[in-house]
Write a protein that binds this ligand. Structure first.
Ligand code: IPD
Ligand code: CA
Ligand code: CA
Length: 253
C-alpha cells in the first residue's frame, strides 16, 4: 500500500476516534492514578488506544504496536513497521481543562520515522504526513518552517526540567523571547510545525515524540536527545529536544 493511502486511512481512523472522544467528554470521566497523583489515566485514554489498536491489528496483523496504555506489544528491536500510539496526550489537561490535549500516532519502518499524526481534538487542528507524502495541516501542505534562532521565538520547556535548571534549561529559556509550558508534548510539536514556537525541550517517552519527529524532520526540524545523541524508540523516557536548525544550534551553544 502506498504511503498516501496509509496516511489517508489513519487520518480517517483518528478522525473517528476524535469524534468519540468529544462525545465522551459530555459524560463524567473515570479517572485513575497511575504511578502518583500527577500521573492520571481515564477510561477515554484506554478506550481510544483500544479502538486504534483494533484498527491496526485488523488491517496490518504483522505490524508491531507500542501503546502508552499497554494494549500493544513489547518491542525489543526496530525491524519492520512499528506504530507508536499516545491515545490522549496531555491527560492532565484532558481531565482538568477538557482541552489542550491531542491524539498522536507515529509510524516507523526499520527505525525510520515515516508518518506522523497529531490531532488537537478541541481546536480541530490536524497535522499528518511524512517525508514521502509531504506534511499537511488540515489538508493544506506545510511547505516549510521558518528557521528562526532561539532569541527570536518562543521555546517550550518541561516544567520539571525548568524548575531544576536541568542542563541549563533556565538559561536556554531566558535567551528566548518567552517560555511556554503547555502540558502536552503533541501541542508543542504542533506549534513548532505551525511556526508559532521555535523549539521544545522535555522528558519524553517514544509515543510522545514519534509522531512529531515523523512530521518535523521532513520540514527541516532537528530532533535528538538533549545531550545531542540520537533519540531511540526502544528506550524509555529520554531527555529530548526538537527545534528549528538555528534554535537547535543556539541551544547547544
Ligand atoms: C505527557 C505530556 C506532557 C509531557 C509528559 C508526557 P501524557 O503525556 O505530553 O506534556 O511533559 O512527559 O508524559 O501522559 O499526558 O500522555
Ligand atoms: Ca497519553
Ligand atoms: Ca503523552
Amino acid at each position: 500500500m502506498s504511503k498516501v493511502k496509509l496516511m489517508e486511512q489513519v487520518v480517517d481512523w483518528i478522525t473517528e476516534a476524535a469524534r468519540e472522544v468529544k462525545q465522551k467528554l459530555e459524560h463524567p470521566l473515570l479517572v485513575e492514578e497511575k504511578s502518583n497523583r500527577h500521573d492520571l489515566v481515564t477510561n477515554v485514554d484506554k478506550e481510544t488506544e483500544k479502538f486504534l489498536v483494533e484498527k491496526i491489528r485488523a488491517h496490518y496483523p504483522n505490524d508491531l504496536i507500542l501503546g502508552e496504555e499497554g494494549l500493544g506489544d513489547t518491542i525489543s528491536d526496530t525491524k519492520g513497521r512499528i506504530w507508536l500510539i499516545d491515545p490522549i496526550d496531555g491527560t492532565l489537561n484532558f481531565v482538568k481543562q477538557q482541552e489542550n490535549f491531542c491524539i498522536m500516532i507515529g509510524i516507523f519502518e526499520d527505525n525510520e520515522p515515516v508518518l506522523g499524526f497529531i490531532y488537537d481534538v478541541i481546536k480541530n487542528e490536524f497535522a499528518y504526513g511524512g517525508k514521502e507524502t509531504g506534511v499537511f495541516l488540515n489538508g493544506e501542505p506545510i511547505k516549510k518552517i521558518e528557521n528562526i534562532g532561539l532569541k527570536d521565538g518562543l521555546i517550550g520547556i518541561n516544567s520539571g526540567m525548568f524548575a531544576k535548571n536541568f542542563s541549563n534549561a533556565q538559561n536556554i529559556g531566558f535567551e528566548a523571547v518567552g517560555i511556554r509550558m503547555l502540558g502536552c508534548a503533541g501541542l508543542d510539536f504542533l506549534n513548532i510545525l505551525r511556526g508559532k514556537q521555535n523549539g521544545y525541550i522535555s522528558h519524553l517517552a517514544p509515543w510522545d515524540f514519534a509522531a512529531g519527529v515523523a512530521l518535523g524532520i521532513p520540514l527541516g526540524l532537528k530532533c535528538s536527545k538533549f545531550d545531542g545523541s540520537d533519540y531511540s524508540i526502544l528506550d524509555g523516557r529520554q531527555y529530548f529536544v526538537v527545534a528549528t536548525e538555528k534554535t537547535y544550534q543556539d541551544i547547544f551553544k
